[in-house]
Design a protein around this ligand. Sequence first.
Ligand SMILES: Nc1ncnc2c1ncn2[C@@H]1O[C@H](COP(=O)(O)OP(=O)(O)O)[C@@H](O)[C@H]1O
Ligand SMILES: [Mg+2]
Length: 202
Amino acid sequence: MIVSEENIDGDIIELTNGAEATVRIEDGCVVKERIQKRYRLRELDERIRKERTKAESRLISEARRLGIPTPIIHDVEKSVIRMQYIPGMPLKHVINEVLSERLGELVGLLHTGGIIHGDLTTSNLILNDDKLYMIDFGLSFMNSAVEARGVDIHVLFQTFESTHHYYESLIEAFCRGYRRVFTGADEVLERVTEIEKRGRYA
Ligand SMILES: Nc1ncnc2c1ncn2[C@@H]1O[C@H](COP(=O)(O)OP(=O)(O)O)[C@@H](O)[C@H]1O
Ligand SMILES: [Mg+2]
């Protein structure tokens, strides 16, 4: 949830306060900090947060190497990532067919590189000038299975369907981009249709 950038108190702006992490702007950078879970033993909790933080920052950088615009990581310490602040609009508010096709290309690159984003919603993409940035790799992992790729895309199509009345054309545009860059696209997109059916008749 966005707390509002106008709630400025000093020079720290809180962007979100979710279940897993808080995100704030400090000295012009984004600081994402995984929060303590009191139901976990302290040492275990610290280790889990540290590992997830390290995994997230590594995958942000890896995606960048694959050619996907992601924030530059400045620093990782314990359960805190300091990264580049990407100004712009969440894709949710500006999506159209051209952007959806470009998103298809980005996800195609990501999947070609063996990464599953894990939380592909249009809130986790930011349009900055003409560049589409992917953020929030908090649920990402390495996997090259058709099923994992299918679920990744299924989640995105669900957000299309729930927030945009012209979702069918957005899905078509996405598929065009995804097919263009990813050779295994057809098999994954067939699986997406299968996953949708499973959901409907379950
Ligand atoms: N590098 C960034 N640049 C600009 N805004 C960001 C950045 N990272 C996060 N945000 C903002 O903070 C929100 C929450 O960050 P996110 O990484 O998605 O955490 P969560 O796991 O809580 O969803 C994003 O939806 C976005 O609005
Ligand atoms: Mg997010």
